[in-house]
Ligand binder design. Structure first.
Ligand SMILES: Nc1ncnc2c1ncn2[C@@H]1O[C@H](COP(=O)(O)OP(=O)(O)O)[C@@H](O)[C@H]1O
Ligand SMILES: [Mg+2]
Length: 259
């Protein structure tokens, strides 16, 4: 039996309007998934709920078999096993790149100083930013900041790695580089990307969890969703496929009518 990393059942959450209305999905150890849906459908809020950073009204939220309703953000030993890269990179402006990554490791790991320094070098090599360790975030481009964010998220060797909109605001070439980097670095650990970009989602994972109007409206290999009986889902995926790189679409075997 494979281990369940995330179990969300019948999640309800309202702000001044109902956001989640019975949202459910689960994820097993080693799975890689793309959570996709229109802007404002609640992807970031879902991640915050999962990490205990945002309360919810009803339902079950389990992270690494811990009940987040009871433990919330206080369950730090569970949260230390998660690596999270927020949309805005979440880097401290007053710390250099190296200091930012070390800061994360100091809080999340028991590595020695030497191990941390070695890790920073390795991680920055992996994201092709070897020469930036003494630069400040404002000295980097948006794409470079995102790469530091990725390095930081993976610095603690998390069991589950989560990336929120890792390619937002980036051009297609940079986006592809970033997704490939993430895939290489996460190896076979459990990982999630939240995105509004179909190309990012496809490049990252076969399994799509599609969120709309407060619920998971589809959960399957994206190829299956093109033929979904749910018209909204079929259109949501199909319409966006028209925008992706043609060569890549053909490589993937996207049916010609969507290319
Ligand atoms: N703290 C908050 N208070 C009120 N509304 C919020 C709050 N956080 C998010 N929202 C609203 O909830 C909806 C979902 O937001 P978000 O989770 O950021 O969506 P996504 O990441 O899918 O774009 C949006 O309408 C947003 O304005
Ligand atoms: Mg978001």
């Amino acid at each position: 039996m494979s281990e369940t990393v995330i179990k969300i059942e019948n999640l309800y959450k309202s702000f001044d309007f109902p956001l989640f209305k019975g949202l459910s999905f689960s994820m097993k150890k080693g799975e890689r998934i793309s959570i996709i849906g229109p802007g404002g459908c609640g992807k970031t809020t879902l991640l915050k709920i999962l990490l205990g950073l945002e309360p919810f009204d009803n339902g079950t939220v389990e992270l690494l078999s811990h009940d987040m309703k009871i433990l919330g953000g206080k369950e730090s030993s569970t949260l230390k096993k998660i690596g999270m890269a927020f949309q805005q990179g979440a880097l401290f402006d007053f710390m250099t790149v190296r200091e930012n990554i070390i800061f994360a490791m100091e809080h999340l790991t028991t590595y020695t100083k030497n191990q941390m320094e070695e890790k920073v070098i390795k991680l920055l090599q992996a994201v092709k930013l070897d020469n930036t360790s003494n630069l400040y975030p404002y000295e980097l481009s948006g794409g470079m900041q995102k790469r530091v964010g990725i390095a930081k998220a993976l610095s603690s060797d998390p069991q589950l790695a989560i990336f929120d909109e890792p390619t937002a605001g980036l051009d297609p070439v940079t986006s592809t580089i970033i997704i490939n980097m993430i895939k290489q670095m996460i190896e076979d650990r459990s990982s999630i990307i939240c995105t509004t970009s179909i190309e990012t989602a496809i490049r990252f994972a076969d399994r799509f969890i599609v969120i709309n109007e407060g619920r998971v409206v589809a959960d399957d290999d994206w190829r299956e969703l093109l033929a979904s009986k749910n018209q909204w889902v079929a259109h949501f995926i199909g319409d966006r496929l028209h925008g992706i790189d043609i060569e890549y679409a053909r490589d993937l075997g996207v049916p010609e009518k969507y290319v």
